[in-house]
Design a protein around this ligand. Sequence first.
Ligand code: APR
Length: 233
Amino acid sequence: MKKLVVLSGAGMSAESGIKTFRDMGGLWEQYNVTEVASPEAWARDPTLVLKFYNERRKQLFEAKPNAGHIGLAELENHFEVHIITQNVDDLHERAGSTRVIHLHGELKKARSTADANLIYELPHWELKEGDLCEKGSQLRPHIVWFGEPVTAIDAAAELVQQADIFVVIGTSLSVYPAAGLLQFVSSGVPVYVIDPGVPAFIPAANIQVIKEKASAGIKQLTAQLIEDKSDKN
Ligand code: APR
């Protein structure tokens, strides 16, 4: 099977009712990113940071994968699909996708502030002050905050280099190193960008833009890829 690698962002989950960050009415309009999503913010006001992620986690427990997530899971019948997501939600996995890398962490997990290797599943939306790891340190959201290293980026770049098809869905491509993954696509490999808006990228001959929301765009792309595949057989 051909390797189809996807880079997804917040737009992928917009149709599941989860806000994006930089669109109109997005999270970063409501919250000051330096007050809720950095190690400095955590040191300054852990209560505010916990409250921010608890609200998002509560929403995630109520959210469902949308037709776009399900479409990508179904593409596994035709391609070896790998998803590299900037999203901290678990909607790709809940839709049935079997190969998912989270670059920016996972909202339904917490980790120790004393030992970053101690990571715990959260059965419930609320993470409180006083919730401790087995070493007795406060648990924090298992999220990569601004200024923290994106430890999964090398594995992601390697995957992108091996891609036969690369698809970018619902990301403004404004945050690095994730946005830099486009540079790792091998020459001549077709790239599809699914976004109703205009993400920040340099147009190139091998890039096809599908100006649609994730669910409609993935449906369109799936039809095109399956047609291309049968033409070649
Ligand atoms: N379907 C597809 N794309 C959509 C949809 C939709 N229904 N709705 C909005 N979009 C697009 C927007 O046009 C925009 O290009 O999704 C993109 C969302 O961009 P951002 O809000 O910037 O989200 P993202 O690119 O994922 O942010 C990257 O920034 O704040 C940090 O860590 C956070 O992972 C996040 C990173």
